[in-house]
Write a protein that binds this ligand. Structure first.
Ligand SMILES: Cc1cc2nc3c(=O)[nH]c(=O)nc-3n(C[C@H](O)[C@H](O)[C@H](O)COP(=O)(O)O)c2cc1C
Length: 201
């Protein structure tokens, strides 16, 4: 399976980090096209203390603890509208935007294809492939909510970064991974989750 993962400048870089790590660990994904917005790199510096560079495989492999020569994750420059995710004729299963800023959400909702993230999301929708958006903002304005509704009507899956607590997470990682597993579920990617609800009260 091939997927595109986009990271934008909403809070929650850790969600992107864990999503990439879990996709890599699944063994079910052969290629991840990675696109980062400029703000994503700023937020990752603030929240995780990492400098991811621009389309820099070496830094990305280091960040994900992958072998230096791993080709699993292929970073693309944000302005490269000739990259494979920009074309519908390039086959892939879909795209995840995690975390998804309100700015990117609005751009996708408007159909603007002005950078590779917006264009790849637009292509994913027009081809009827799965687009999973993980928005993070609080509170939401009416504009944010309308954009989300518009995108849901267009076929996107809105999977907000709202952590659950019923599995009693003990660490931030456990809390984040619970949400990440829900993202992987959207694509049928296997994972080691022991936190599925099995019924109760
Ligand atoms: C530390 C930090 C946290 C931010 N958190 C959010 C957020 O949670 N949600 C959001 O929509 N924007 C957030 N922003 C603002 C976005 O980064 C900004 O709107 C940016 O233009 C989004 O661009 P992008 O969609 O191309 O990444 C944050 C910015 C910074 C610096």
């Amino acid at each position: 399976m091939e997927l595109t993962v986009a990271i934008t400048g909403a809070s929650g870089s850790i969600y992107a980090h864990r999503t990439l790590i879990q996709l890599a660990a699944s063994g079910a994904v052969e290629r991840i096209n990675l696109i980062m917005s400029e703000s994503a790199r700023t937020v990752a510096r603030v929240e995780l203390g990492v400098d991811l560079g621009e389309a820099d495989s070496t830094r990305v492999n280091e960040w994900l603890k992958l072998p230096a020569d791993s080709k699993l994750v292929r970073p693309h420059r944000l302005d490269n509208l000739a990259a494979t995710p920009a074309s519908g004729s390039h086959m892939q299963a879909g795209m995840i935007v995690v975390p998804c800023s309100m700015g990117t959400l609005g751009a996708i909702a408007s159909g603007a294809g002005t950078n590779l993230i917006h264009r790849a999301a637009d292509v994913t929708l027009k081809e009827g492939r799965k687009l999973v958006l993980v928005p993070r903002e609080t509170p939401y304005s009416a504009i944010h909510l309308e954009n989300m509704l518009k995108l849901a009507h267009a076929g996107a899956r809105i999977l907000p970064a709202s952590p659950a607590f019923y599995h009693r997470p003990r660490t931030i990682e456990e809390m984040v991974d619970h949400l990440v597993f829900r993202i992987l579920d959207q694509f049928g990617v296997p994972h080691s989750q022991g936190t599925r609800w099995k019924g109760g009260e």
